[in-house]
Write a protein that binds this ligand. Structure first.
Ligand SMILES: *Cc1c(COP(=O)(O)O)cnc(C)c1O
Length: 384
């Protein structure tokens, strides 16, 4: 068989296991999407605060723009001529909000996670990563020179044993976790991780707050803010692509780590910086996040309603957040359930292997502050 035939065969195998993916076509209309002419409530969005669906907030931002501030490209890496002032304004704002020495902004969460670990790891580094960390973190680990051991999901006893066993054999150990996990919607115990880290002098902590930035904490800074342990986390990372309704990502850290990344991080150095107008929009949103406590409380409320209703129907899930999985098992079942909900006007999507383990295909509800109590009640009435 030649290479083309191998590809063809792989695609056919995916199709026959109901795992073939296609790029869906849709029209966005606020909190709804229109697919094949059918309008549905979007239950698969990462627009957790409902800001991407908020026309007024966009109008307000547009009114501030002029041809001089509407800069659609940076034309260069930040290390050459792409470092517009707005970047450093955003970084100062982030450092001030988080109470850290410094912040550094990247093109995406994917850039952050594929760039930071390779930059800060060497052969004397051991990375201890939660079994369920996001694909972008796994790619970062693959690109790094360090050795990696994955610990069972949220199993801090195993992590403690691994630290004890290995801490003398490496110059540094980096513990890597998400704060809210993408597929199960459960959380890591950041306080306990911070305590564990302090057991030995050469352990660092890396936390990805992709799903928590904007949605958790009094000021919307994430789970670390809520747990009061921002300063215990050496690499505190988040994306602007989800609750912040923008694009890009950040790390908040020490000045030294920032300087080190500027010198060593390939996904920062060798890419054109995001457009300044995009950074201006991010800054505009970030400045408003602290005042959005009402939206956060509403999101927590509708999420609890959905979790409790699913539980009452016999679907157990570890979720404690706005990401609420309904695990059905086989991929074909997940697809049928999703289609049924879509016929009733709810745009829910199936998540299948390899994104989740074999046999745990699910509908993954991803809620936003735009979703109302009545929506949840109607949704639940269609689930048995
Ligand atoms: C979405 C996500 C990312 C990637 O962020 P982007 O800005 O979309 O590239 C990284 N980590 C986690 C946990 C995510 O959910």
């Amino acid at each position: 068989m030649n290479a083309t035939e191998v590809m063809q065969q792989e695609l056919q195998a995916l199709e026959s296991h109901s795992n073939l993916r296609r790029l869906p076509q849709m029209i966005h209309d606020g909190r709804n999407v229109i697919v094949d002419g059918q309008r549905m409530l979007n239950l698969s969005s990462n627009d957790y605060m409902g800001l991407a669906a908020d026309r007024e907030i966009r109008e307000e931002f547009l009114q501030m723009l002029t041809p001089d501030s509407f800069l659609p490209t940076s034309s260069s890496s930040r290390l050459l001529t792409g470092n517009f002032g707005i970047y450093e304004e955003l970084e100062s704002e982030l450092a001030a909000l988080f109470g850290t020495e410094a912040a550094l902004v990247f093109n995406s969460g994917y850039h952050a996670n594929t760039g930071i670990l390779p930059a800060v790891s060497d052969t004397q580094t051991l990375i201890l990563a939660d079994k369920l960390v996001h694909a972008s973190i796994i790619d970062g680990i693959r690109l790094s020179a360090g050795r990696c051991i994955r610990y069972r999901h949220n199993d801090l006893a195993q992590l403690e044993r691994l630290l004890k066993e290995h801490h003398e054999n490496y110059r540094q150990i980096i513990i890597v976790t998400e704060s809210i996990f993408s597929m199960d919607g459960d959380r890591a115990d950041l306080k306990a991780l911070a305590r564990l880290k302090q057991t030995y002098g050469n352990v660092r902590l890396y936390v990805d707050e992709a799903h928590a930035f904007g949605t958790c904490g009094k000021q919307g800074l994430g789970c670390a803010e809520e747990a009061g342990c921002i300063c215990d986390i050496d690499f505190l990372v988040g994306t602007f692509g989800k609750a912040a309704a923008s694009a890009g990502a950040y790390i908040v850290c020490t000045r030294m780590i920032r300087e080190y990344l500027v010198n060593r991080m390939r996904t920062l150095i060798f890419t054109t910086a995001l457009p300044p107008v995009n950074i201006a929009w991010t800054l505009f949103i970030v400045r408003r996040l602290p005042e959005m406590q009402k939206r956060r409380e509403h999101l927590a409320h509708v999420s609890r309603l959905l979790r409790e209703a699913l539980q009452a129907k016999g679907y157990s899930s570890p979720s404690v957040s706005h990401i609420v999985p309904m695990v059905v098992g086989p991929s074909a079942d997940a697809i049928l359930r999703a289609e049924m909900l879509q016929r009733h006007g709810f745009y829910a999507l199936p998540v299948r292997p390899p994104t989740v383990p074999e046999g745990t295909s699910r509908i993954r509800f991803s809620l936003t502050a735009e979703i109302k109590e009545e929506d949840i009640k109607e949704l639940i009435s269609h689930i048995d």
